[in-house]
Design a protein around this ligand. Structure first.
Ligand SMILES: [Ca+2]
Length: 248
């Protein structure tokens, strides 16, 4: 009954309210056709030239700083300015085509250690389906934890062709803000959710069968033990002998 109710609910609710799961393809990765179409600033050398190892394109190159290992040509994105709520540092990403999205993943880790306070802290996400210039609709504001790990942020599924990332603060540095990688994932609804439900129910049925089989095995073991165990001779046997001798 519960199963039928669950299926009925997931079919009858409108698509936008249906349960969704995030896809596994990073839609904004350069190798998947994602692009950066505009950004606030990127680190420059003393001649005003971009420092390539700190280029904004490092955000979608699929390269990560992990522990003490930094890719030789990709340290992360470093800005030229310090962000504030009034003057955030920002990037506009373009997906290959319009998609319903529900998750971004951020890795704050760059070649600079976290104690310098340069990694991104507060961020805001907005989406547009009309143009890189907007109008943009905010889908959420989030805190990026000060740790060198990938961090997922889920939101109500939203149609997007352009995704704008605003960074409104760092962890205290008055030099710049930095970010290692930025990923965007599709919201998957409908048949895929049904597939997930079927997978979950199949797993549950398998577990129930295993439980039933283990119960049967235990019962079988117990009954076998009862049959094969030799009954103890009654303790009255000796007394019986006594009785017998008494009868003599
Ligand atoms: Ca990167």
């Amino acid at each position: 009954m519960l199963v039928i109710a669950a299926i009925a609910v997931s079919i009858t609710v409108p698509v936008w309210a249906a349960p969704t799961v995030a896809g596994t393809t990073n839609l904004v990765a350069a190798e998947n056709g994602g692009r950066i179409v505009a950004f606030s600033s990127q680190a420059e050398d003393e001649n005003g030239q971009p420092i390539q190892v700190w280029s904004v394109t490092n955000l979608i190159d699929g390269k990560f700083v992990v522990g003490s290992h930094t890719p030789a040509d990709s340290y992360g994105w470093r800005t030229q300015n310090v962000p504030s709520p009034d003057r955030p540092e920002w990037v506009i990403f373009e997906l290959p085509e319009q998609r319903l999205i529900s998750r971004v993943v951020v890795d704050p880790t760059t070649d600079d250690p976290e104690f310098l306070g340069r990694w991104a802290k507060n961020i805001r996400l907005s989406v547009s389906t009309e143009s890189p210039d907007g109008p943009y609709k905010t889908v959420g504001t989030y805190l990026v934890v000060r740790r060198g790990i990938k961090q997922s942020f889920d939101f109500t599924p939203a149609e997007a062709r352009w995704v704008k990332l605003d960074i409104t603060s760092n962890w205290g540095s008055d030099f710049a803000v930095e970010l290692g990688e930025f990923e965007v994932y599709e919201a998957i609804v409908g048949d895929d959710v049904l597939d997930q439900l079927i997978t979950r129910l199949t797993t549950l049925l398998d577990e129930l069968k295993r439980y039933r089989d283990s119960q049967r095995y235990r019962q079988h073991q117990q009954s076998t033990q009862e049959v094969t165990t030799k009954p103890e001779p009654p303790t009255e046997e000796g007394e019986g002998g006594g009785q017998a001798s008494g009868q003599q």
